[in-house]
Design a protein around this ligand. Structure first.
Ligand SMILES: [Zn+2]
Length: 473
């Protein structure tokens, strides 16, 4: 994510009361037990669930911008990792479930706590076996507006909606195992009134019109964390291009922003060029398509939604994202999207690298050396709040604190000084490849750097990411 400064409105999140539909026969025997209602992240204990691993989400959505209402069916393919008598999905807000099936059979469910959808299948689910879930639901989805973390989830706009999820928005639209640790492939089938454009992550997989409705299909074929799922519906000008290295490059500009056509074309070209430039440092681009979407949605940030970042340009209509912002969100495709932190406390591994991608961009495109970017940031006075939170454990409300970004990037530069350019750029290129489509922690990164450089680096990382206060050089 990359933020523009803004005041965060503190609006309470609407949560529906639990809804008990039918009585639930329990799993077959005592050895079938309930899956955990959380995935164990200390910052977001309700997020994610235990006992299964999702392989694929198939989101079928009909949306009417006039009424703001959705009708949806989400299909899930998953595999049990324990004998399950019941399991949870995360599902947030006022949408009403009309039908829920597990393996094609009607299953009992109730909604409890802040975001738990507790599902009891008619028979227990056996460890290592695959199963399917199909949930039909409808209503007017509500965004999350967290006092510390800002707006995410389903955000209605005058002519459509934008769906961006970092960190807790995904469950506002679909039932999900909402933890970055459970990545899955996705397909999106999006139906809107004719003349409205629907975009999502990944590859464009067809479009048809029927009875005044238009349906577009998108596929994210590489594993994706739910926080990176994205949908954009509205009036968009779309450009289907290719990067110079041959990656399909689909960019879209929100017609509300009145972007001149020549600039919209530049947005497409620059996206390809900056991505190819970063691939020189970070290795082969990890996804089968790329692009970007500019929106007018008062989000106050740009977000690295997988394969196709979203840039909120509400405050800069008629423009396109700056090159350093493209570098930030495209840098995330390797750091954050392909390699995703194990816990939210590790988010500096995303933002530090994305900020370093900006510094590399400045060096290449404006002549400002990376060292100068470091020096200017390091010059921040010692009593500044930048130095206070611990970079690798900033606290739940500080996951988007400047320390995560700027001290994160400075940490990488301090690493570069310690191990030398050769080892550093080898680390930068091999880390995303070694952890492709997976998750990794700060401890994993430190171990990796020590192996690649042959140097003992505990003290360096202790000083830079695990300790408050301005580190000495
Ligand atoms: Zn970012």
């Amino acid at each position: 994510m990359s933020r523009t400064p803004k005041a965060l409105a503190a609006v309470a999140l609407g949560v529906t009361a639990g809804l008990l539909v039918t009585a639930a026969p329990a799993g077959a025997a005592a050895r079938y037990t309930p899956g955990a209602p959380g995935a164990g992240d200390p910052y977001f204990p309700d997020m994610g669930n235990g006992g299964y691993d999702v392989a694929h989400y198939d989101i079928g959505l009909k949306y009417d911008p006039a009424t703001k209402a959705v009708r949806a069916v989400t299909g899930i393919k998953a595999r049990a990792t324990q004998n399950l008598s019941r399991f949870n999905l995360d599902f947030l807000g006022p949408l009403t479930i009309s039908s829920l099936k597990v393996d094609g059979r009607k299953a009992a469910f109730k909604r409890t706590g802040a975001q738990e959808l507790e599902i009891t299948p008619s028979r227990g689910l056996t460890k290592h076996r695959s199963f399917t879930v199909e949930v039909a639901y409808s209503g007017v989805p509500q965004k999350v507006d967290d006092p510390a973390l800002g707006v995410s989830g389903w955000v209605a706009t005058p002519d459509g909606a934008i769906f961006v999820n970092q960190p807790i928005g995904a469950a506002t639209l679909y039932p999900v195992n909402d933890t970055p640790q459970d990545k899955a492939t996705y397909s999106f089938t999006l139906t809107t009134p004719k003349g409205t454009t629907s975009l999502a992550n990944g590859d464009f997989a067809g479009k048809w019109t029927r009875g005044g409705l238009e349906t577009s299909r998108w596929k994210m074929r590489q594993p994706m964390a739910s926080e990176l799922a994205m949908i954009a519906i509205g009036k968009y000008d779309v450009i289907f291009g290719k990067t110079k290295s041959g990656v399909p490059n689909i960019t879209a500009t929100d017609q509300q922003l009145k972007t001149p056509p020549a600039l919209a074309k530049d947005f497409n070209t620059q996206t390809g060029d900056v991505q190819d430039f970063l691939a020189g440092y970070f290795g082969r681009y990890p996804f089968s398509s790329t692009g970007g979407i500019t929106v007018k949605a008062s989000l106050g940030y740009a977000l690295e939604t997988q394969g196709r970042p979203v840039y909120d340009l509400t405050r800069r209509p008629g423009t396109i994202p700056r090159g350093d912002l493209l570098a930030h969100e495209l840098g995330h495709q390797w750091f954050g999207d392909s390699v995703t932190p194990e816990k939210w406390a590790d988010i500096w591994l995303n933002e530090g690298f994305a900020t370093y991608a900006e510094w590399l961009y400045f060096e290449k495109y404006t002549g400002k050396p990376v060292q100068q970017s470091f020096d200017e940031t390091y010059a921040t006075p010692a009593d500044d709040d930048l130095w206070q939170p611990k970079t690798a454990d900033p606290g739940r409300d500080n996951i988007f604190h400047p320390t995560v970004y700027e001290r994160g990037a400075m940490t990488l530069h301090a690493l570069r000084k310690a191990v030398g350019d050769k080892a550093f750029f080898k680390i930068v290129k091999t880390w995303p490849e070694a952890n492709k489509y997976g998750n990794a922690s700060t401890a994993d990164f430190i171990k990796f750097c020590e192996r690649r450089s042959g140097k003992q680096l505990d003290a360096l990382f202790a000083k830079w990411v695990y300790t408050s206060g301005k580190p000495s050089l």
